[in-house]
Design a protein around this ligand. Sequence first.
Ligand SMILES: [Fe+2]
Length: 330
Amino acid sequence: MKLLRTTVAALAALAATPLTAQELTLYSGRGETLVAPIIETFTAETGIDVRVRYGGTAELAILLQEEGERSPADLFWAQDVAALGTIKPMFAQLPDETLDKVQSIYRDAEGRWIGTSGRSRLMIYSPERVEEEELPASMAELTDERFNGRLAVAPTNGSFVAHVAALRVAEGDEFTLEWLQGLAGNDPVMVSNNTAGYQAIADGEADFMLTNNYYLGRFLANDPDFPVAQALFDDGDLGNLMMTAGIGVLETSDQQEAAVAFIDFLLGDVAQQYFTGNVYEFPVSGAGIVPHAGMGVSFAQASEAAPEFDLNLIVDMEGTLDLIREAGLI
Ligand SMILES: [Fe+2]
């Protein structure tokens, strides 16, 4: 009987070992145009195929929670931090050798997810209409009357909502609601998203915006004279929050090793250079990555000025949207 059980276990193990090429299933909140070429390179290098399910990051996070242990996903690659904190309990612990590849601000303190590229929050402004002494030292100052009618706001943008969620964690709901009401009462220039905000400043419709860093690289690629500049708040201010796109391995995956190999590949120089060059986000690892010239705030400056903040705490997007609504911004 004992022998039989061993044989059955051995056969089961054999059946679980793919005889042909290995295949990973990736749920990707990052877009196909960005992700597909880098996956092809991974497959060419390792022989491991990757089946990808693309979708919105928040939508895939909900799907993963619904699927639970039955999920076919080995990996979840999220566009933003809000989803990483939500799915964290479903992620497996990553090995130290993988975690050690990035600075602590780019990964979960308990090692269940890791950033694949950095997306810094900062100020953009018109170098033509803004004097340097007008630049705010703190995100909290954005309610000041000197911003009246001059600040672009994209109230439903995922990064803005995540940033406001971070403000709730840091300063509490009362402070956050007052801050949002201050923005709303200051006659903001409402825009639909970050791209529209950059454009509004270039077009002279707004002078400032709290936004994400990487759009500037995209605009400059089309127009080297694009008239928008970037600035950081004071060192450690929450306005300089470093958010990441990030990835984790599902605890239920039976291909932990191959899944970790995929993550290691994303943290390697080839992939890091690719993200930096194609989406103008910041590399999270690799000293040899060539940054873009003239991109405004550099990776070194942004990392230096970023506050220490546990990105896992950015989870309550619905409650945050409610506050933004209550303040009258939506
Ligand atoms: Fe974005």
